[in-house]
Design a protein around this ligand. Sequence first.
Ligand SMILES: C[S@@+](CC[C@H](N)C(=O)[O-])C[C@H]1O[C@@H](n2cnc3c(N)ncnc32)[C@H](O)[C@@H]1O
Length: 267
Amino acid sequence: MKRIGIHKPTLEDVIEVSGVEMLHPGGLELTRRSAEIAGMQPGMKVLDVSSGRGTLAILYTQEYGVEVTGLDLSEEMIKIASSNALSKGLEGRVAFIQGDSQALPFSDNRFDVVINECAVGIPDDSQKVLDEMVRVVKPGGTIVIHESTWRKKLSDDEKTELSERYGTTPLEYDEWMSMLEKAGVTDIVSEFEEWSKPEMFWKLRAERDVRSFSEVLTLSERLTTFKRILGKYGIKGVIKAAENEKIVRRTILEEKVGYCLFKGIKG
Ligand SMILES: C[S@@+](CC[C@H](N)C(=O)[O-])C[C@H]1O[C@@H](n2cnc3c(N)ncnc32)[C@H](O)[C@@H]1O
């Protein structure tokens, strides 16, 4: 679904400018679970689609001995991820390049694992993202996605409004399954309830155990985020960001939206 940007800055926009190191619910716990179900083994070639600040790609490299390429649309994210990898002495083992997940700049059948944590629903054409992920993974290789999923039956209007405020387009569980199948993914297994719990939504920090939405950012991080939103979107943007946060937060606590982890094989 193409969102038209009527509620900018979306919650995703705010999370991205806030500087948090992980941009997906479930935190490192989910990242490690993704690596495990992907069967990551030393020497495997892994593509992390929409790699953000590089936290996941770095963890896969350090803990699983795989060679990771991270791809992200944002030049700023690529710079941050590359500098994070450099500071950890991982030069040559993990690389970050700029590109669009809807048109991956890689030849066919190149990676053992292609993974996308929380960013299939962000671009206009989620089916294209999945098609591209399948194109670049080797036959028999593994696809893993972790995606926002409606947990309750909502009207189309409510779904559209929430997607605009969130900045990503959640789908129903069956819709994700059929899109994965359409892309050519077989043997799909999924984990739903665990990753859909509201408390997963505030597990965004690598270094701190966070127990509520209000603990995600420290006071000084909140101030920095406020200043960045003000600078980028003006005072109306600050008001809109607060409104979006309140509405999406309520949607999460009412368990209308959650996240599902899917794994499958390129048939
Ligand atoms: C929710 S964050 C997820 C980042 C990372 N996977 C994580 O979990 O920390 C979404 C990321 O998708 C990137 N992104 C948005 N549209 C994209 C596109 N069309 N192609 C590639 N990356 C994109 C954003 O720049 C951002 O880094």
